[in-house]
Design a protein around this ligand. Sequence first.
Ligand SMILES: CC(C)(COP(=O)(O)OP(=O)(O)OC[C@H]1O[C@@H](n2cnc3c(N)ncnc32)[C@H](O)[C@@H]1OP(=O)(O)O)[C@@H](O)C(=O)NCCC(=O)NCCS
Length: 174
Amino acid sequence: MNAHADASHIRLRSMLSDDLHQVAGLDTLSFADPWPQGSFEYELKASNYSLCLVAEDPHGPEGQTIVGALVIWLVVDEAHIATIAVHPGYRHRGIGRRLLAEGLLQAAERGAEKSQLEVRSGNTEALHLYYGFGYKAVGLRPNYYQAEHEDALLLDLDHLDIEFLGNLTQSLSS
Ligand SMILES: CC(C)(COP(=O)(O)OP(=O)(O)OC[C@H]1O[C@@H](n2cnc3c(N)ncnc32)[C@H](O)[C@@H]1OP(=O)(O)O)[C@@H](O)C(=O)NCCC(=O)NCCS
């Protein structure tokens, strides 16, 4: 993949139906147990409680312009990070952080006051990303990922500050 080391040209936007095929492909590249395309389609079209974002490379090779995806479930006052992935060829450039900051900001603007997620206990890249946002480990779900015999850590971020997230999204996209 002809990815640019600088990610300033990567744009974040809401997911569209036309993105679904690429989003599912990205998930397959990112997880041992990826979501089927139909799950993303449900989140996008049928659920009123989902926030679906993508990161797009307008200069990406034909057929691969979606380089990141995020789905957040809005449950009462909580933003549950359902899935986040960045294309392997585009990682370590801050795209995951931009997606998460934008998603949390939009969730907070829709009334979320805190955030929660499950993450594989051995997923150091994701843990680093989440700890950087202030998430704290509050529980362990033993053998949650049964196929891989891996525990899940339950992480909480107990206050979503709109002003902080607004400033963060601006600084990350400039
Ligand atoms: C987790 C994931 C989304 C991060 O995306 P990304 O675009 O590479 O993340 P960023 O570039 O924004 O990095 C965010 C932080 O993680 C750090 N990081 C990235 N890769 C790292 C690694 N291999 N080891 C340690 N830290 C790492 C970055 O340095 C940055 O930290 P910083 O504040 O010190 O700069 C990506 O690795 C991914 O898609 N993984 C597979 C899917 C997955 O596991 N999703 C999470 C499910 S809970």
